[in-house]
Design a protein around this ligand. Structure first.
Ligand SMILES: Cc1ncc(C[n+]2csc(CCOP(=O)(O)OP(=O)(O)O)c2C)c(N)n1
Length: 357
């Protein structure tokens, strides 16, 4: 934080988003290119293509009645896949409802993501070695959870970082400000990652805040704020790596605002034509995070169209297999649900279970 003094009126200036990889696949900021091996670059591309195919299949599965609630992710692969790519396996993820890709790439089995969507309690039985919570539907609640987990890391002197995701809408919630404030006061190892995709369902960003940007909200909390191009996976990785390193060095929290776009509807019961134009959608499709990484990798001789086609087929086969596994999981029952809540079911719940039976 700068300690320079200015006249008595508090003011801030517009900030330009960090950009590393341009839409035509050129490096525009050499200093911020993440240090990734060729294999890591290919893995990153693999995950982004896989995620988009999974998203397309999930939308169809939802329309067939085979999934319950589902929030589409296409367009946000750079923020979702890229930010998780920059984490360590022991870092902790607190997601919102759209953030299933981060959980799956952090180790949650895909069939459990499908079970969660189907409302089955086994979807939320997180494997011991996977440091995630299940997505919050309550907008902004997870921001406080991540702050609390980071508080625990700090008290126990554990070299771990918590990251949480919310949207532009989430950044207007009271929970959001409370979490940022605590993180500032206690210098906590937490990353607040806001995916500003331009809309909170139908509410456009212009009606969300009068602040100069979401990143500016860090100023009031006394934490670091950065704004990045969220369609640029290198900018995402660079910003998360930097925030992690600072957090681990005891320098506190970072608020990252990543400017992105969701190509698909908010959920499966939303009609984008009611609140945005085809022109706008066209402009954002020119910035596609997958297309731009593909261009970069093709120029380096690391990726071809055949690779994309192969990954799509692989993703479709995996989704088919994992949705079948979810569908074949024993049906949820009320006694089973009660028994899965505690290691030893408390007496009052045993009584309720007996009453039910
Ligand atoms: C506390 C709370 N208020 C309202 C809702 C209803 N709701 C669900 S999604 C949503 C919009 C959130 O938009 P944003 O935070 O920008 O995230 P995005 O869906 O765009 O990823 C709202 C208002 C909710 N789930 N929780």
């Amino acid at each position: 934080m700068s300690k320079s003094r200015v006249p008595y009126e508090v003011y801030t200036e517009e900030v330009e988003a960090l950009s590393v990889l341009s839409p035509d696949g050129e490096i525009v900021n050499k200093d911020k290119v993440p240090n990734l091996s060729d294999d890591q670059l290919k893995e990153l591309m693999y995950r982004m293509v896989f995620t988009r195919t999974w998203d397309e299949r999930a939308i169809n599965l939802g329309r067939q009645g085979r999934l319950g609630f589902y929030a589409p992710v296409s367009g946000q692969e750079a923020t979702m896949v890229g930010s998780q790519f920059a984490l360590d396996k022991k870092d902790f993820i607190c997601p919102g409802y759209r953030d299933m890709p981060q959980l799956v790439w952090h180790g949650l089995p895909l069939y459990q993501a499908f079970l969660y969507s189907r409302g089955h309690q086994h979807g939320g039985q997180i494997p011991e070695d996977v440091n995630v919570l299940m997505p919050q539907i309550i907008i902004g609640a997870q921001v406080l959870h991540a702050m609390g987990i980071a508080m625990g890391y700090k008290l126990k002197k554990q070299q771990q970082v918590a990251i949480t995701y919310t949207g532009d809408g989430g950044s207007s919630e009271g929970d959001f400000y409370e979490a940022l404030n605590f993180a500032g006061v206690y210098k906590l190892p937490v990353i607040f990652f806001v995916q500003n995709n331009g809309y909170a369902i139908t509410t456009p960003f212009s009606k969300q805040t009068a602040a100069l940007s979401i990143a500016h909200k860090a100023v009031a909390a006394g934490i670091r704020g950065v704004k990045i191009d969220g369609m640029d996976v290198f900018a995402v990785i660079s910003a998360v790596e930097e925030a992690r390193e600072r957090a681990l060095k005891g320098e506190g929290a970072t608020l990252i605002e990543a400017v992105t776009y969701r190509y698909r509807p908010h959920s499966l019961s939303d009609d984008t034509s009611k609140y945005r134009t085809k022109e706008e959608e066209g402009e954002w499709s020119e910035k596609d995070p997958i297309a731009r990484l593909a261009k970069y990798l093709e120029k380096k001789g690391l990726w071809t169209e055949e690779d994309t086609a192969r990954v799509k087929e692989e993703a479709k086969a995996t989704v088919n297999e994992q949705i079948k596994k979810a569908e074949q999981t024993e049906k949820m029952t009320i006694p089973g649900l009660i028994d899965s809540m505690f290691e030893t079911t408390p007496k009052h719940l045993e009584e309720q279970k007996a009453d039910f039976q």
